[in-house]
Design a protein around this ligand. Structure first.
Ligand SMILES: [Zn+2]
Length: 710
């Protein structure tokens, strides 16, 4: 993709192509440069505006008589090639910007776009949306949101749009989809028309997996993601487009959202006008069984938990659990020292019939878990870190965001290279806050960490794919299955990222004799006046500079080694630097044991070398492990163990019994329609990881997990 983009007080370029021309605009002032039919290729790192201008003028002088392309690369930090004819336009723009003179403005964004969404048939798995666009006669291109913030990939569910019609003054307007930009619709507004009516339906019949495009409605619940039910005009940053949203709910349903100014009239709710980026960042949760819990009553800013469930019984959160969520809010205040929202809503869906995931927003989070998550102990432990993780994103992800993810609209590709910060640090802080708030005991946190470190220490894919590439390739790794995930790797920037940031935290403490830690990093990096939502982008260099400000060190080298080399020792070093070590024994790890109970599976990665479901289906097989060496692969199904009908217990007993015999474990396995017996030569028994205190080193881990209020 082609961009021109400057960091800092910057202007950004819209996507450009020879056919469509380009638009550049200053993010701060909204000034624009003339369209041009030429191409700009941007392949380098971002640079400060002053530096960019200096290069631009210098290179223009040198390029004046050259033939076709010129390079602006002198420092190696940047590499921009552009055709000369575009060059002059950009330099003109930069020069005008430099002296503060007004620049020819792009036509102002059209007036408010009214969007009303009818949720009354959500239980029937269909939504109806109506939009009114102020328009002018002539060609018009409308986009359906493609790159969804927080999902880090182009997964806007355009496949589920149906019944799309355009009309003006009662006259139907034909449309055609762009043959290259499949999320773009072209139409021609007739003379005399100034208001475009758009109708579309959104089909809610998706299966119950994936992210926000997955199943979002049941008989009793619906989660409205606004990006799924709207189009927006091309050529404007989404924060310059104003929408006036409203919803109509099924009779008697209640709702929760961070959208401001809700006015309810019967089952219809009208909200205050908001910019498109705020709208897409503010889903609405609605349901028949609904509960609102104030987490900071009487305080400013307010924090609220809005819970929609598939049953009334599921809403009965125990009081001690509720207290932990109060504590969670307090712990974030102590950790970050500033809040960048007007109010915050945890939008919690309790249903076995929707996709399960969390999606962060600036002033809310969309948290979807199983129906009994608040009342069943195993389910509660399984999801205990979800809300803390999504809450942290309000600071790390929304307020501070990698510049490659701060795109001006939902059409420009996002660059995922800093997801090891965006998600990895969030995972780390989320886990720490889960413990500090009491949602998880310190003992259980150590078991979780033992399982995590042991898993990644023995992950074969780390031998070929550096951690950095799991972020760079996130767009498709999010969709990769569990099969061969140990060898392919997955979105490991979350979990290995957690270990990486534990390593950073303990290293900061070690370097400063425990005077500085990641807590100080959070105060500096995520601080500021707070209040209204704001966006402040960052780069790798900003991370390094902040760490160096706390403790001078080769942080670029520290991070670079762990990100770019294969098989760095991060998992064990992170634990050991925290004052603990991983040990193995036959006692089940309660954290992973609980996860296995919820998932109805057995994770035997660290012993026989596979993950198997209760029905015998094998999900993942550790490359080079005992089962792999016996010939077993993912997708096969175990039907018998040593001649006995398969069950998870029978398998565990067979692994245990093999310790005292030289006979291999015999597994009768279906591979499609074919059956074969595989001999697994494994005699070490069941092995589970735990943490054991290393008395020779300072116990930083316990300090990290301790409440900041203590
Ligand atoms: Zn996240």
């Amino acid at each position: 993709m082609a961009f021109i983009k400057v960091h800092g007080d910057c202007y950004r370029g819209d996507r450009v192509s020879p056919a469509q021309g380009y638009v550049c605009y200053d993010e701060l002032n909204g000034v624009c440069y003339p369209r041009d039919g030429e191409e700009i290729h941007y392949r380098g790192l971002s640079v400060r505006l002053e530096e960019f201008q200096a290069h631009l003028f210098d290179s223009l002088r040198r390029a004046d008589n050259s033939s076709d392309f010129t390079s602006l690369s002198e420092t190696g930090r940047m590499f921009v090639m552009l055709r000369k004819s575009v060059f002059a336009a950009i330099v003109l723009g930069a020069a005008i910007l430099a002296v503060g003179m007004p620049v020819k403005a792009q036509s102002p964004a059209p007036g408010p776009i009214h969007l009303s969404v009818d949720l009354t048939q959500a239980p029937q798995k269909i939504l109806h949306a109506h939009m009114e666009f102020p328009v002018q006669p002539g060609p018009l291109t409308l986009y359906y949101p493609e790159w969804i913030p927080g999902e880090h990939m182009p997964d806007g569910p355009i496949i589920n749009v149906a019944g799309l019609t355009f009309s003006a003054g009662g006259q139907t307007i034909p449309w055609r989809r762009d043959l290259v930009d499949m999320f773009a619709f072209h139409l021609d507004i007739p003379q005399g028309a100034n208001l475009l009516d758009v109708h579309l339906d959104f089909l809610l019949s998706a299966p119950a997996f994936g992210f926000s495009a997955g199943k979002s409605a049941t008989a009793n619940v619906d989660i409205l993601s606004w990006n799924q039910v709207l189009l927006y005009p091309k050529g404007y940053p989404v924060r310059e487009l104003t929408f006036v949203p409203s919803v109509r709910l099924p009779a008697g349903w209640k709702f929760g959202t961070a959208l401001p100014g809700a006015e309810q009239n019967g089952d219809t709710i009208e909200f205050s006008p908001v910019t498109l980026d705020t709208l897409v960042d503010s889903p609405v949760i609605a349901g028949r069984y609904f509960r609102v819990i104030q987490l900071t009553p009487g305080a400013n800013p307010p924090h609220e938990m809005d819970i929609a469930a598939d049953s009334a019984a599921a809403l009965a959160m125990p009081p001690d659990m509720e207290m932990h969520f109060h504590q969670l809010v307090a712990e974030t205040g102590a950790l970050f020292g500033s809040r960048h929202y007007r109010d915050y809503h945890f939008l919690v869906t309790l249903s076995d019939d929707v996709a399960h995931f969390g999606l962060e927003h600036h002033e809310s989070s969309d948290d979807r878990v199983s129906e009994r998550s608040l009342i069943d102990e195993a389910a509660r432990i399984y999801f205990d870190g979800l809300l803390p993780h999504e809450f942290v994103h309000s600071w790390n992800g929304k307020y501070r965001r990698p510049e490659g993810l701060a795109t001006p609209d939902y059409h420009q590709p996002m660059r995922d290279d800093l997801l090891w910060v965006y998600e990895g640090l969030t995972e780390y802080l989320g886990e720490v806050l889960t413990t500090r708030s009491g949602l998880r005991t310190p003992e259980m946190s150590r078991e979780a960490l033992a399982q995590l470190a042991a898993t990644f220490d023995r992950r074969p894919g780390r031998d070929w794919r550096p951690l950095q590439d799991t972020a760079d390739a996130a767009v498709f790794l999010y969709d990769a299955g569990l099969d061969w995930s140990n060898w392919r790797r997955s979105t490991d920037f979350y979990q290995e990222g957690e270990l990486l940031w534990l390593d950073v935290d303990t290293t900061l403490r070690r370097l400063t004799n425990d005077k500085k830690s990641i807590n100080d990093f959070c105060h500096i990096f995520y601080g500021g006046p707070g209040g209204e939502p704001a966006l402040k982008t960052y780069t790798f260099d900003d991370i390094v500079a902040t760490l160096n400000g706390l403790a001078p060190y080769d942080w670029a080298g520290f991070l670079g080694t762990r990100l770019h080399s294969t098989a760095p020792k991060t998992p064990m070093e992170a634990v050991e630097n925290g004052g603990w070590k991983v040990v193995y024994n036959e006692q089940p790890n309660p954290y992973s044991d609980n996860a296995d109970t919820v998932k109805k599976q057995l994770n035997l990665d660290l012993s026989i070398g596979f993950i198997v479901s209760a029905d015998g289906s094998i999900a993942d097989v550790i490359l080079g492990g005992p089962s792999y060496n016996a010939g077993i692969g993912p997708g096969m199904k175990i039907t018998a163990v040593n001649g006995q009908q398969f069950s998870l217990d029978a398998l565990k007993e067979a692994i245990d019994a093999a310790k005292s015999t030289a006979m291999p474990i015999q597994l009768l396995v279906a591979n499609g329609t074919q059956y074969q017996t595989y001999s697994v030569d494994y005699h070490v028994g069941l092995r589970y990881p735990h943490l054991e205190r290393d008395n020779g080193r300072r116990d930083f881990l316990s300090e990290i997990l301790r409440s900041l209020g203590e």
